[in-house]
Each structure stands twice: as C-alpha cells, then as structure tokens.
Design a protein around this ligand. Structure first.
Ligand SMILES: Nc1ncnc2c1ncn2[C@@H]1O[C@H](COP(=O)(O)OP(=O)(O)OP(=O)(O)O)[C@@H](O)[C@H]1O
Ligand SMILES: [Mg+2]
Length: 233
C-alpha cells in the first residue's frame, strides 16, 4: 500500500547504468525511479545479477550513473564535485555490507570510530562509538579484533560504524546474507529498533522472508523497480 510521502529524503530519477566488459555493453539499470520517505524501511528484492548492489551504490554516491540523478533532500548528488560528494555521502549515508568490511588490524571501538567526521574531537568520537556499541550489544567486546568475533557480532560492529555520523539514510546490502537464520533475525531486530527510532533504511536482499520485515518492498527486474505482487493470505 502506498501512502503520501510529505518530504522525501531520497528521490531517484530515470537512473541508467551500463557496464562495459570485453566489448559487451551490459545495461543493468534501465530507468529506475524511486522516492523514499523519511523514516521508511524499504526492501529491494531481485534475482542475483539484477542490479541491486549497483542501485544501492548509486543511491549512496559510491558510483556514478550514466543517466539520471539522485536527490537527497532536493540536493542533486551527482552535480556536486567529487570531494564535496564524498563529504556529502559521509554525512548523510551509512553503509552496511554483506561481508562486514571491517579492518582486521583495528579493534571494535577503532573500527566504529573509523569513518567518524574529520574534525570531531577524538574523545567525543570515542564516546559516540562506545554509545553505539552499547546500543548494538557489544559493550563487552570493545577491544576485540574482528577475527575474535562471531559473524553476527561483526555485522553489529558494521552497523555501529554505519551510524557513527548519524546518517539520514542507512543503506544495507544483504546485511544478513552471510549469517545463519537466527543470527540474521537478531540483526533484523536491530534494524526494527532503529526504524522505530526514525531511521530511514534501504535494504537489499534476495530473500522474501527478510524483505517482509521492512515496511515497503520493491523488486528490481529487467533493470526497473516494480511493486512486489502481494500473495493472497
Ligand atoms: N564493475 C562491474 N563491471 C562489470 N560488470 C559488473 C560490475 N559490477 C556489476 N556488474 C554486473 O552487473 C550486473 C548487476 O550486478 P549487481 O552486483 O548490481 O547485482 P546484484 O543484484 O547485487 O546481484 P547479487 O544478488 O548476486 O549480489 C551483474 O550481471 C554483474 O555481473
Ligand atoms: Mg549484490
């Protein structure tokens, strides 16, 4: 069911992305339009190779589209010069990936502080990181290195790190894809809590059961987004 969205946080317009490989043109996104309201938890479903990660990276300004644009609170992301775009992304977007992407030589607290805003006093950053780690249930693990943690714990660190700058938008790419079902449920419980606290989330998954935890589901098919057909109850 769609409801009116007073103030969209993100607007994606006619997004196209091609990859060129060995003389072949792979037209992955073929005109994606999307509006995400503040406080929504959106799930994007789609088969492997349908372009879900590509779309997420474009929304977060990690990659550049061939056509179309992404607007954040009305600001055109791709019209910003690169250094400004990087700062903008760092301020507004937090990323969580399937394989955590933690730095092995840093401990839990240091990993969480890593992408903190330059210019923040180290003591304030440390305090904020410790608060977030408490929120994700890792207070007892601050000095652990990633290899001393379980998969679920690693993903919790990645979530704390993604939240360090208080992002308007949390982007999660298969956040439970590498976890067993029960551990994955705990991560989704954490997303539910964040969502209840007002966090806007875009989550990519190929798993319909995981997508069901969100409050809106779209599917990427043939390079475009469409509403997920609801199954009869
Ligand atoms: N850097 C790249 N260069 C060339 N082709 C790419 C590149 N990145 C992705 N692709 C291709 O684009 C298509 C979409 O990739 P993408 O990673 O966005 O899919 P996905 O929906 O996230 O898949 P999965 O569910 O397996 O993660 C795939 O066919 C992939 O091979
Ligand atoms: Mg992917």
């Amino acid at each position: 069911m769609s409801k009116p969205q007073a103030q969209p946080i993100v607007r994606v317009e006619a997004l196209h992305k091609h990859y060129h490989m060995g003389g072949e043109d792979l037209h992955v996104l073929r005109g994606v339009d999307l509006t995400v309201g503040r406080g929504e938890w959106l799930a994007v479903l789609g088969a492997s190779g349908s372009g879900k990660s590509t779309l997420l990276h474009l929304i977060g300004g990690l990659d550049t589209p061939d056509e179309g644009n992404v607007y954040f609170d009305g600001q055109s992301v791709f019209e910003l010069p690169l250094p400004k775009r990087d700062r903008f992304r760092n301020q507004h977007c937090g990323f969580v990936f399937q394989f955590y992407h933690l730095l092995p030589e840093l401990n839990v607290l240091e990993n969480t502080m890593l992408t903190g805003m330059i210019g923040t006093r180290p003591a304030a950053l440390r305090e904020r990181a410790a608060e977030l780690l408490e929120r994700v249930g890792l207070t007892e693990r601050l000095k652990h290195k990633p290899k001393q943690l379980s998969g679920g714990e690693r993903q919790r660190v990645a979530i704390a790190r993604a939240l360090i700058n208080g992002p308007d938008l949390l982007l999660a790419d298969e956040p439970t894809g590498n976890l067993d079902r029960k551990t994955g449920e705990h991560i989704l419980d954490l997303f539910s809590e964040l969502h209840a606290g007002g966090q806007t989330i875009i989550m990519v998954t190929h798993d319909a059961q995981i997508a069901d935890r969100s409050n809106r589901e779209l599917t990427l098919d043939g390079g475009r987004l469409a509403a997920v057909a609801t199954t009869a109850e």
